[in-house]
Structures are given as C-alpha cells and as structure tokens.
Design a protein around this ligand. Structure first.
Ligand code: ATP
Length: 354
C-alpha cells in the first residue's frame, strides 16, 4: 500500500527563539512527488528532518499512512529506523572506502538479512537504476551523477514507504543536473513511491514536482502545481522567486503614467496609493514602433537566453523592462510593448485580481 504524509500544525522553535517552522500544514498524497522550495534558512531541511525523525517538532504532528510518527502534544515519537523512510542527503553521504555494492547493501546488512537475499535486492535495485556495471567501484571512481544514483539506490533498497531527498542536485553541474532530474522523476514514477524533495532552486522544483510548497522564514507562502505558482503567484515574494528570466516588478504610485497607460490607475485609485505590478518577460513582446501595444520605449540591450531573444527596453524615468523579441528590431530603435498578462499586488505584497 502506497502511503501519504500528513503534516499538521507543525512548529519548530530552536532555543532560545529561532522560529524555524511556523504552523506548517500539508497533505502529501500517496505516490505524489512533492517539493519544498525556499531560499536558504527558510526551514526546508528542518521540515525534512522532522519527517525523518532526526529532529523533534516543538508543536504539531506528522502522520505517515495512518500511523502517527510524531505528536509533540501527545508525546508520541517513532524512532527514525522504524519509520520506513529512505533518505538521500545533499552530499550523498556514501562510505568512501566501500564499493557501490557494499554501500547499497549496508542498510540490509544492518537489518541482518541473509546474504542471498541482500545480493538479490542489491542487484535488483542496481538494475532498475541503471548502475549494475558500477557495483565494484568505490565512490571516488564514479562521476557525480553515478554517485547520486548509488545514494538513491541505497535509499530505495529497503523498499521504503517514503523517499526524502535533500538538495539532491546541488552537487551536480548544469548539464548532468538535467539528466539527474529526469532520472529521479522517472524512477519516482516507475516505483510510484511518495517522494518529498527540498531545494532552493525553482528549476529543480518545477522539473520534478507534481506540487510545490514555497517556504519563507518558516512560513508557507503558497502551495500548488508548478503551473499555479507560475500563473498566479500569491505575492510579490513568489513572483520574484519563480520564473526565469525573472519577472519585471515595479512599485509605483497609483497615478503613475505607466499604471495609467495600463488602465490600472482608475481601477485602484482611492483603494491604494501605490501598487506593485509584475510583467513576465515571456508574457510581453516587443513590436515595431507604431504597432498596437501598451507601452513604448527604446531598445537598450538585446540578449539571447537559450533559443529565445529578449530586449531590455528603456521606459524613461529610470525604469526598464525585459520582454520577448520576435521581430526585427535593433538596439536603439523605438519599440511598442504588447503585454499579454499583468500581475498586480497590493502594497503589502498580496496578489490582487486584475
Ligand atoms: P539551507 O537551504 O541553507 O539548508 P533551510 O531552508 O534548509 O536552509 P534550515 O536549515 O531548516 O533552513 O534552517 C531554518 C532556520 O533554523 C535557520 O534560521 C537556521 O539558522 C535555524 N536552525 C537550523 N538548525 C538549527 C539548530 N540546530 N539550532 C539552532 N537553529 C537552527
């Protein structure tokens, strides 16, 4: 039976008064690939360690399947080894003096399984993860990607109910990172194992996550699918944090010329004195001068990102905007900007309906 994870009213306060987690509530479905995304110090690792049983919450509880594994109020605490969780640490924590085979076999040896059974399980998982030909090698003689697979194999060999991954891609260079994400996602789907991954990298989060929770200073900012987070960021922090190239964001007085041109001044006058507006580079395009659009400016820089071309356009008064460039416009030309979607936020950063 595939198990889910419930986290209820979870708090962690490190003495004397560091609030690492503030009332976290989430229900992770059986078989789901769930990502916890947040900048450094947001509480991601603490949350993962509480699920694993390596840390105790100050308040609240964690339920795996229908078993309470920790409940601070009731004084329930199930030892890490009895939670049936597989964990892959950021640095993979492989034993350098052991071969891949012995690294993967290690958790089974601890359980004192018979030698033949260990051998069968190690070979099965190695086969499934495509590392059968690496079993005789020690970590020092493997690439980063291969070491990561061995670490995942070691976490999976006990057939855990839940797989926890702490920044599993951060030690890999950009090219291998893409392959490693695909690999982890494929294995997760193939085995159908409930997986929780923590990362500070939104590209990692979006590549693998079915759903993503964004944490900041120990507080949940938003939970949803990658599409929901991208299309409807709940506040300015998320808007800033998600999207590459990053969203153009401005805080402007409500009667600012640009807000007037975008038809926002009338709508919000009297309600707010200032607004944040956000325009994604991929949701606005630079067109030739005279074409129909929303704003006008002068092309300052043209840049290539992957196969796309973006123009940074000077809007006057020290403001500039980065937008898609699909027509032939040169550096120094005047351009019209057509915007397909606007994101508007109140002065406190909360998203407003447009
Ligand atoms: P990173 O990406 O840098 O690992 P993170 O999002 O995983 O960061 P945590 O490591 O969970 O964040 O830390 C959350 C907060 O709790 C931070 O302010 C951190 O300094 C604090 N903290 C973590 N562990 C301890 C501890 N053992 N004692 C005191 N404070 C701690």
């Amino acid at each position: 039976m595939v198990k889910g994870v419930k986290i209820e009213n979870l708090w962690k306060i490190f003495p004397p008064n560091v609030v690492a987690l503030k009332n976290i509530n989430v229900e992770i479905k059986p078989g789901e690939f769930y990502v916890i995304l947040g900048p450094s110090g947001s509480g991601k690792t603490t949350l993962l360690r509480i699920i694993a049983g390596l840390e105790v919450p100050t308040k609240g509880r964690v339920v795996i399947g229908d078993k309470i594994v920790v409940d601070a109020e009731k004084g329930i605490f199930v030892e890490p080894r009895d939670r049936n969780i597989g964990m892959v640490f950021q640095n993979w924590a492989l034993y350098p003096h052991m071969t891949a085979y012995d690294n993967i076999a290690f958790p089974l040896k601890l359980k004192k399984l018979p030698r033949e059974e260990i051998d069968k399980k190690v070979k099965e998982v190695a086969e499934a993860l495509g590392i059968a030909d690496l079993l005789d090698r020690k970590p020092g003689h493997m690439s980063g990607g291969q070491q990561q697979r061995v670490a995942v194999a070691r976490a999976l060999v006990k057939q855990p109910d839940i797989l926890l991954l702490d920044e599993p891609f951060s030690n890999l260079d950009a090219r291998i990172r893409v392959t490693a994400r695909e690999f982890v996602k494929e294995i997760q789907k193939k085995l159908g194992i409930t997986t929780i991954l923590v990362t500070h990298d939104q590209a990692d989060a979006f590549a693998v996550g079915d759903r993503v929770m964004v944490l900041r200073n120990g507080e949940t900012q938003q939970m949803g699918s990658p599409e929901e987070l991208y299309n409807e960021p709940a506040n300015v922090f998320i808007a800033n944090f998600i999207g590459d190239p990053p969203m153009n964001i401005y805080k402007l007085p409500v009667n600012h010329r640009i807000l007037e041109q975008l038809g926002l001044s009338k709508k919000y006058e009297g309600k707010y004195s200032e607004l944040y507006i956000g325009i994604r580079p991929d949701e606005a395009v630079a067109l030739k001068q005279g074409d129909e659009g929303h704003l006008v400016g002068k092309v300052a820089i043209i840049e290539y990102v992957g196969s796309r071309r973006y123009a940074k356009i000077d809007l006057g008064n020290g403001l500039s905007i980065r937008v898609l460039l699909e027509t032939k416009i040169d550096h120094g030309d005047l351009a019209t900007i057509r915007i397909s979607r606007l994101h508007v936020f109140a002065p406190n950063g909360e998203r407003l309906e447009t």
